[in-house]
Ligand binder design. Structure first.
Ligand SMILES: [Fe+2]
Length: 359
């Protein structure tokens, strides 16, 4: 078994102790963020800290969801590569984009080369500040980008964030829909990690705690979005689930969901979570999951999860082949072949009761 987490994590610190670590990271900071970091005040607080420390910084606040490679080139064109620290401030997209930019700053490679581990071994320092609870990117060596309309993750130890700052208060302004879809991403990470053929005693510890926290607190939070204690519990769950996947990776539900996101615009957390009941049922570990989460399909229905898009048989065929060639297949219990992958899509669309689109 291996446990490796090089990230210094601060939880509810309010820049009290973390400011010392930020000081040590370097002198120039490029902040990758979106518009919501203004609303939740996380950007103002970071800017104040950087000013107090006399750091030079620039802000890119036009991060697109599921970062496309063209956006990464645009950032490099506009701001150059000479940055000590890249900050990912926001949800998974700014953090994943920051990780990619950090590698591109230190290496003369193309975005596609990020997927070849042998082509680089360095990155600018990475500071992550999540403002949603779901991605876990603040404690993982993964970044998921969109290359030619296909969502695909890369993995490298050099993109583990050096420092991550977790403040549940930044999630207080999240809408109900975003709260649910991001928390379901965390739930998917935890369940998939628990089921993974690469699961260990270490990873299961974090995965089970994350599932428990989500089961006990998410429904309550959805009815009480301003409740700080519940926000804190869900942010902890996301953090734990992130640690779990840093150890095991995700499994087939993520691979199945990627095409729903890149081709139908379904939010990542929803796109993966709808496949959880199928994956759990075929894992041989259904009873273990049910003991903590109850029935996964019932849990999704209790949150009114519904996905809508039009779909053709040709698309299911193309997506299924994509999943078959993904690395997730060999770490998922249940021997997934092309037939079984097709069956997973058909189950969600025809049988789950979660699909509200047209076929
Ligand atoms: Fe995810």
């Amino acid at each position: 078994m291996k446990f490796y987490l090089p990230t210094k994590v601060f939880f509810e610190d309010g820049y009290k102790d973390s400011i010392i670590e930020i000081e040590k990271l370097g002198n120039t900071f490029l902040i990758i963020t979106g518009k919501s970091s203004k609303k939740n005040k996380s950007l103002d607080e970071l800017v104040d800290v950087l000013k107090k420390l006399n750091k030079k910084f620039e802000i890119f606040d036009e991060t697109l969801e599921n970062p496309p490679k063209e956006m990464l080139y645009k950032i490099i064109d506009k701001f150059g590569k000479n940055w000590d620290v890249i900050v990912g401030l926001g949800g998974g997209s700014p953090m994943d984009a920051a990780k990619a930019i950090a590698v591109l700053c230190k290496n003369d490679i193309k975005v596609e080369d990020l997927y070849d581990n042998l082509k680089y071994n360095s990155a600018s320092k990475i500071l992550c500040i999540p403002t949603t609870s779901g991605t876990g990117s603040e404690v993982t060596q993964y970044s998921v980008l969109t290359i030619n309309n296909v969502k695909k993750g890369f993995k490298h130890d050099v993109i583990f964030p050096n420092v991550s700052i977790l403040e549940p208060k930044y999630t207080l302004t999240l809408s109900k829909e975003l709260t649910i879809s991001t928390a379901l991403d965390a739930l998917s990470h935890a369940v998939e990690s628990f089921l993974s053929l690469r699961a260990s005693e270490f990873s299961k510890l974090y995965a089970l705690e994350a599932i428990k926290l989500i089961k006990q607190n998410l429904n309550k939070l959805v009815e009480d979005l301003q409740n700080y204690e519940l926000r804190k519990k869900i942010m902890l769950a996301s953090f734990y689930a992130g640690i779990a996947i840093s150890l095991t990776g995700t499994t087939i539900a993520h691979s199945l969901g990627y095409s729903l996101t890149s081709e139908k615009g379904i939010k990542h957390g929803l796109a993966t979570a709808v496949f959880l009941p199928f994956e759990v049922k075929n894992s041989g570990k259904e009873e273990e999951i049910k003991e903590i989460l109850g029935d996964p399909l019932e849990f999704l229905k209790s949150l009114n999860v519904s996905i809508e898009f039009s779909i053709e048989d040709e698309e299911i065929e193309r997506w299924s082949n994509r999943v078959l060639n993904s690395s997730h297949v060999k770490v998922t219990p249940g021997n997934y072949n092309l037939n079984k992958i097709r069956e997973a899509y058909k189950w969600v669309i025809e049988k789950s009761g979660l699909y509200g689109g047209s076929k």
